[in-house]
Design a protein around this ligand. Structure first.
Ligand code: SF4
Ligand code: SF4
Length: 368
């Protein structure tokens, strides 16, 4: 599964699920949005996660499960177990790693075994990561993973489109891999350890325009097992979760229940179709503007907005509105999506420009 397909599915409601396997990480990147590190212990319970993923069925499942952290590869047996369970239902699995294991020369046999179970492997790379793991080591490991037949990509982060680091690393990836490995480029947001120095999150100017949030499409399993409607790290970490953004808990709810809540909520349908700023401006014009996500978190406290959502987006008409907006964003493709949610100047890198774009299918268990 290539990066462009993965990102292209991002606006599809319940088309994917994001699962954070642990907040733990052997690295200590200065920009870490999840506040991860070697001493942090928070992680969802393995059996509850297995039950949740086991509840995927051929008829009711996400197309893709994205495993993140912290460092998801600190729980390799769990990664392999969840991936196999998901695959049995027809769900493909992607994993985002901070690449701690690249510091050793060559992939270990256990690491090869777990990586082979994946449909996509994405390596995080940016300036703070390079202080922990050298770029050359990351490139070497990514090359080895690709040789196993697993589709690969880079997940790059910089301070913005004028960041010289991004110009340098994207050119280096292009040279090293001959344009065959795609990259998703994002900007550092002021969460976790980056809260004190990153640029503020983008705000949305008043003016009434719709700006749908594709990040409200995939349910997210947080470090404490809570399932949220959104992957904004600030929202994922805050407790209590605003009721309209809470979809359940893996200890009590299966995929079918979570999906039904994600698809059926009138407020979430409107966040996905017109976005939170438009809702606030249109139905509660006296409420001062906040950040894009700050506006969203307050929506449930604005009775006029809740009433409008119930009136406009309940029932079959609301479902059709949601579906139509998702289809339009899906058809616009991954580059347009990254232009809106990532670093616009590098959006085109989400699709590799040349070379062998289709690695041979991964054959789990074949050799090491
Ligand atoms: S590798 Fe990722 S999770 Fe780990 S400290 Fe760095 S940014 Fe955080
Ligand atoms: S707008 Fe709402 S749903 Fe979208 S990322 Fe922000 S908090 Fe999450």
């Amino acid at each position: 599964m290539e990066l462009a397909e993965l990102v292209g599915l991002r606006p599809v409601p319940a088309g994917g699920v994001l699962v954070t396997l642990t907040r733990r990480c052997p690295l200590r990147c200065s920009h870490c949005s999840t506040g991860s590190g070697p001493q942090v212990r928070e992680e969802p319970e393995a059996d509850a996660l297995k039950r949740f993923v086991f509840s995927f069925t051929a008829a009711d499942r996400p197309d893709v499960m994205m495993l993140t952290g912290g460092e998801p590869l600190l729980r390799p047996d769990l990664v392999a177990s969840l991936t196999r369970s998901a695959r049995a239902a027809g769900t493909r699995t992607a994993l985002l790693s901070g690449m701690f294991f690249a510091r050793s020369h060559g992939l270990s046999a256990p690491m090869r075994r777990v990586v082979r179970t994946l449909d996509h492997f994405s390596a995080s790379l940016d300036l703070p990561h390079e202080r922990e793991v050298p770029r050359a080591a990351v490139f070497r490991a990514v090359r080895e993973i690709r040789e196993l037949g697993v589709a690969v990509s880079f997940h790059l982060t910089g301070t913005g489109e004028d960041d010289p680091y991004l110009a340098d690393v994207t050119a280096d990836i292009d040279r090293t891999f001959g344009g065959t490995v795609p990259s998703l480029v994002n900007e550092v947001r002021p969460f976790g350890r980056a809260a004190s120095w990153a640029r503020p999150a983008r705000t949305v100017p008043d003016g009434g325009g719709a700006l749908p949030c594709a990040m409200a499409a995939w349910p997210v399993v947080a470090f404490d097992g809570t399932v949220l409607a959104c992957c904004n790290q600030d929202t994922v970490d805050r407790r209590p979760v605003p009721p309209h953004l809470r979809l359940g808990h893996i200890a009590r709810d299966d995929w079918s229940a979570v999906r039904a809540r994600a698809l059926g909520s009138p407020l979430l349908r409107l966040v996905r179709t017109v976005g939170p700023a438009h809702l606030r401006q249109r139905w509660s014009p006296g409420t001062p503007a906040g950040s894009y996500c700050g506006d969203c978190r307050r929506l449930g406290e604005l009775p006029e907005v809740v009433a409008a959502a119930d009136a406009l987006a309940s029932g079959a008409a609301g479902a059709l509105l949601d579906l139509t907006a998702a289809r339009r964003q899906h058809e616009q493709g991954p580059v347009t999506l990254v232009r809106r949610h990532g670093c616009a100047a590098y959006a085109g890198l989400v699709a590799a420009r040349g070379g062998d774009l289709s690695p041979p299918p991964a054959t789990e268990g074949a050799g090491t």
